[in-house]
Design a protein. Structure first.
Length: 430
């Protein structure tokens, strides 16, 4: 690392004694280096006293190997080199004063704080909210090249030991060179990489993390990202918002029912439209059937073509709203959607009722609290739509049966995916 311009080699001299410090100046705290390492060298009378001082504060990093010195320096440690030994002193610059506000998982009246990209600040937030001596933290390094810090946090008295062992085993088996984000870590922890449903919750909220620690779950922090993993996770966890805990019982049940209704609408409505219009129009009331027929007058394509066309354009609008700059994304997608819907209707490419269906599907997708489950449902609606195109309502029923069988076969670190999530303390659950 001597060829790097940001690597500092500082020599401290006092009489006939000298000590060499080596560190990367961008990632160490200069004030910490000055007060904890440099200043005591000149205040103490002898280099042996200084060695005893450094040894007393860092007894576990005395005489490290060459690889440990290189990796420690790259992470923010200061290498204090004496004549016959070397000691690594951690002096990484941490910004615990930067507190983010939750932007992905917002609540009406809940806490506003969110995790930051510094793992020390994140662990501090959890410790301040879960003041229990049984809270345990295990540190690991992820990435064969990046060596990113990763922390497992759990309550050792209520955690499932078998799940903890499985999570630790999968974490240690990761051989990815660079680990950039929590989403990538989530994919690496999956036993089967092609799973459509997420088996761990990604969150930015400290209150959700603390709540799940109290339920006996394991939290995985990755340095450099404001999102954390919660494992294991069942299907019902992805349909839960923290507002469900803060609101009165009947209000939270009503809102939860709205979410499940939105999930079914977003998943089934396009397939049901095609299945009923193309195969079983007798299921509709006469007035509604006549209204749908009148709205489709002049449309030259079958129902499944207009459904696919509008769903595809809706997906493009959603993707555009994510990629565009925030200052113009809302305006561009709103205006684009209005112009597209009006122009497609006037050109007789789609029926007016198709605009209503696509709008209902888009709104319903956004009712799912966590994005990963929302993305999975956005993909699954096309699978059920294909069943409806080829086999009508019977095909939709068969597709739903296969979906339930697939979900029943899933597991999250040994826990059944469709396990009912019970409220209360884990040791009181059956």
């Amino acid at each position: 690392m001597s060829s790097n311009k940001d690597v500092v080699k500082q020599e401290l001299k006092l009489h006939d004694d000298n000590v060499t410090l080596s560190y990367v100046k961008e990632i160490v705290d200069p004030q910490l280096v000055q007060t904890m390492i440099v200043k005591p060298f000149f205040e103490l009378k002898d280099v042996n006293d200084y060695y005893n001082y450094i040894e007393s504060i860092m007894g576990n990093k005395i005489n490290p190997t060459e690889d440990e010195i290189i990796n420690g320096t790259a992470k923010g440690d200061v290498s204090v080199e004496f004549k016959k030994s070397t000691i690594l002193v951690p002096a990484k610059k941490t910004r615990t004063d930067v507190i983010n506000e939750a932007t992905v998982e917002s609540t009406i009246q809940g806490p506003r704080l969110a995790f930051s990209e510094d793992i020390v600040a994140n662990l501090n937030l959890v410790r301040s909210r879960y003041q229990n001596p049984n809270l345990t933290t295990e540190m690991h390094n992820i990435g064969t090249k990046s060596k990113m810090e990763c922390a497992l946090v759990y309550d050792e008295t209520i955690v499932n030991k078998a799940v903890l062992e499985l999570v630790t085993k999968r974490l240690k088996s990761i051989q990815e060179p660079i680990m950039e984000s929590t989403e990538k870590l989530q994919n690496m922890l999956n036993e089967h990489k092609l799973k459509l449903f997420p088996i761990s919750v990604i969150t930015e909220r400290p209150d959700r993390v603390v709540y799940n620690i109290g339920q006996g779950k394991i939290i995985i922090f990755l340095d450099g990202t404001p999102f954390t993993l919660i494992a294991p996770a069942v299907f019902w966890d992805f349909m839960t918002s923290m507002d469900d805990i803060y609101q009165p019982f009947w209000i939270s049940q009503f809102i939860r029912g709205l979410r499940y209704t939105g999930l079914l609408i977003g998943l089934l409505l396009p397939a049901l439209y095609v299945g009923i219009v193309s195969y079983n129009p007798e299921l509709l009331r006469t007035q509604l059937a006549i209204s749908i027929t009148a709205s489709r007058q002049g449309v030259p394509y079958p129902s499944y073509v207009e459904v696919l066309f509008m769903l595809f354009m809706m997906e493009l609008l959603i993707e555009a709203s994510i990629r565009l700059p925030k200052s113009i994304s809302a305006t561009a997608t709103t205006v684009g959607g209005l112009i597209l819907g009006q122009a497609a209707t006037e050109a007789s490419l789609v029926s007016t009722i198709m605009i209503i269906i696509v709008s209902a599907v888009a709104i319903s997708n956004f009712a799912i609290p966590l994005n990963h489950m929302s993305f999975a449902m956005r993909v699954l609606k096309y699978v059920l739509l294909l069943f409806g195109v080829f086999y009508g309502l019977i095909g939709i029923a068969i597709g739903l049966m296969f979906l339930l069988l697939y979900m029943a076969n899933l597991s999250s670190f040994g826990e059944p995916y469709l396990k009912v999530h019970l409220q209360g303390k884990p040791n009181e659950m059956k």
